[in-house]
Design a protein around this ligand. Structure first.
Ligand SMILES: [Zn+2]
Length: 173
């Protein structure tokens, strides 16, 4: 009797490796979210990856800049475009700690980003399925792949802690 090798083992190993990379990059996006938190901004962080390297990183700066367009995704797209000297972010992947809003989803589609990894979902403004789904329900010239729930708990946790702290601060005023 020979040793029974489970079918599909190599595939399983590949999936594990991909998971590891995804989590690694989402951890980097979380670091950005923490920077936003320290500035008392809603903690959302984002990194853009090309060829397994981070080419841009950003966090939400809406309050600091008094500008509703200063979402982490928009800022990261601007930085990546500058770096690649192109508005087309071909073969780039984005990691965001929170589901993008409709503005950012539009920018992601327009920038030709290949794939987006999302941490927590946003029931109030999420445009990747929570409120609407810009990535799947409409036929644009570019299709973005979406993967949700990457380090979901960690991404939810930082937001929960932030809003909890905010409520405490407000109640003291
Ligand atoms: Zn946004």
């Amino acid at each position: 009797m020979g040793v029974r090798v489970p079918l599909g083992t190599p595939k399983f190993i590949n999936i594990k490796k991909d998971d590891f990379m995804q989590e690694k990059f989402m951890q980097e996006a979380l670091k950005e979210a923490k920077k936003a938190y320290e500035k008392m901004e809603v903690p959302v962080g984002c990194v853009i990856v090309k060829d397994n390297k981070i080419i841009a990183r950003a966090h939400n700066l809406k309050e600091t800049k008094f500008d509703t367009t200063k979402h982490a995704e928009i800022l990261a797209i601007q930085k990546a475009s500058k770096k690649l000297k192109s508005w087309r972010l071909l073969n780039c992947e984005m990691y965001i700690t929170l589901e993008p809003c409709s503005m950012c989803a539009g920018a992601i589609i327009n920038s030709r980003i290949k794939k987006v990894y999302i941490g927590a979902l946003d029931e109030k403004t999420g445009a990747a399925g929570s409120v609407l789904n810009l990535f799947e329900d409409y036929c644009f010239n570019h299709k973005v792949e979406i993967e949700k729930n990457v380090l979901k708990n960690e991404c939810e946790e930082i937001l929960k802690n932030f809003f909890k702290e905010l409520r405490v601060i407000k109640s003291k005023k």
